[in-house]
Design a protein around this ligand. Structure first.
Ligand code: GLN
Length: 304
């Protein structure tokens, strides 16, 4: 399979087409990003890397980081995490409050904001310094000690974080947040603010295509059962209320973020990261979705 040629062909085809949607405006810093940025990178489980476009520009990975907090909590606390949250798709927007009332403060899954807040709370109870230790976890997986939180994105999100503040307080009212809400929210905003390039992102998530083992150097991060379940949750919940559409069009476990990134894994083969900041109405990258759909169609490779 000539990945480089396929990436270039699809890239130029999509770049010629229209760039619909809008950058996220509810986080003021994200609305300042150049909407024409567009990068793609694919890393195979044999550590071959192929890229096109703005593949070495850092961008805010936002909700994509929720997969990494989930993995660390899963590694530390095992199946007990499922007492605090579910693993069903919500069918609602990423920041929705509606189901929490009838579900008594138990979020539907770890990839919506409500569930990610509970995962942050679990990590804060499990670790001495969750912010530092989570960052170290990501740096280790990525093999890159320079990865950091972006303070200006954190401040920007905090300045308008009313819905997340409401979510955290509402979950706490049911007893499903154990730490101080301001502290949990600070960690949540920080983990969302991590910046990676497409190249780094496809390298970082490669372990999910590789049976839970990081490749360079080889190291198990999740058990085979945990990696199966994490990929299943990405498949069913990773693109919020567009997860069904993503499965239908792309056919790979994936995760999106409002920074315009989408990462997808083809177990046993590769991890691919796409970044284009303009989002569709569901908060997923317009060009990112299009690119991945074309990619699995042209390569005839998907899990289905
Ligand atoms: N930090 C963002 C928020 O909480 C993450 C949302 C996303 O990427 N979908 O709203």
């Amino acid at each position: 399979m000539n990945y480089q040629k396929i990436l270039e062909t699809i890239y130029s085809q999509i770049k010629e087409g229209e760039n619909q949607g809008a950058t996220a405006t509810y986080i003021p810093e994200l609305s300042k990003v150049d909407p024409e940025k567009f990068g793609v990178n694919l890393t195979t489980v044999n550590n071959q890397s192929f890229g096109v476009g703005d593949t070495r520009d850092k961008f805010s990975i936002q909700s994509i980081a929720k997969v990494l907090t989930l993995c660390l909590a899963y590694q530390l606390r095992g199946e007990s995490i499922w007492k605090r949250l579910g693993y069903e798709p919500s069918g609602t927007a990423f920041n929705s409050l509606v189901q929490l009332e009838s579900d008594q403060g138990i979020p539907r899954n770890p990839l919506i904001n409500a569930g990610a807040l509970v995962i942050c709370d679990i990590l804060m109870s499990a670790l001495g310094d969750a912010r530092e230790e989570f960052l170290q976890f990501v740096r280790d997986i990525a093999g890159n000690a320079s990865i950091s939180y972006s303070e200006h994105i954190v401040e920007s999100e905090k300045s308008a974080g009313f819905v997340n503040i409401a979510l955290c307080n509402y979950i706490k009212s049911f007893g499903n947040i154990h730490n101080d809400c301001d502290d949990v929210l600070d960690f949540y905003f920080k983990m969302c603010s991590i910046e990676l390039t497409c190249e780094e992102l496809s390298q970082t998530f490669l372990f999910l295509a590789n049976g839970g083992r990081k490749t360079l150097p080889s190291k198990p991060l999740l058990t085979p059962s945990q990696v199966k379940r994490t990929n299943a949750i990405m498949q069913t919940c990773g693109l919020y209320d567009e997860s069904g559409d993503f499965a239908f069009r792309v056919g790979l476990p994936g995760k999106s973020g409002v920074g315009g990134g989408i990462v997808a894994v083809y177990p046993g083969h590769y991890c691919i990261a796409v970044w284009s900041p303009k989002l569709n109405k569901k908060g997923n990258s317009y060009r990112g979705m299009k690119f991945l759909e074309e990619f699995t169609t042209l390569t005839e490779m998907s899990i289905f």
